[in-house]
Write a protein of this length. Structure first.
Length: 141
């Protein structure tokens, strides 16, 4: 009886592994997506950190977006972290405590026609609560 239970258990584990592998292949082998960020921390939250895009030269009203890189080196847009640069050419986003230290990410700056004017070097989100990580994007002329 014990042998039969062991064999059934092994067959179940093998079937689960095979089924799980086919599901991953169908999904494109992408890692889990990062959580959807917000521009402002919830009022009751006093933890977390910030990332601050700084364009050089400073340019107001340009579209910005954040992307994350998967394990295969492909970049994907982060839903929610999009907006326009402020009058001083910056854009500030709040980072939830659960996302601290994750990465890599990069900023994109895009003109009204959809042309990428510049991108940052890859970076990880701040590792500590209260930290503001400045990320500079040099705009193409």
């Amino acid at each position: 009886m014990r042998k039969k239970s062991l064999i059934i258990g092994l067959v179940f584990c093998l079937a689960s592994a095979l089924l799980g592998g086919s599901i991953l292949s169908a999904a494109g082998d992408l890692p889990p997506r990062p959580p959807v960020p917000t521009a402002e921390p919830p009022v009751q939250v006093v933890t977390g950190a910030f990332i601050r895009l700084e364009t050089t030269p400073a340019a107001a009203g340009l579209s910005t977006g954040l992307q994350w890189r998967d394990l295969f080196g492909r970049w994907h847009d982060v839903d929610g972290w999009r907006g326009e640069t402020e009058p001083d050419g910056s854009k500030l986003w709040w980072v939830a405590p659960r996302d601290l230290g994750s990465g890599p990410f990069r900023w994109l700056v895009i003109d009204a026609k959809g042309k990428t004017l510049g991108s940052s070097a890859p970076f990880d989100l701040p590792a500590r609560t209260g930290e503001t990580l400045p990320v500079v994007v040099k705009l193409n002329s």
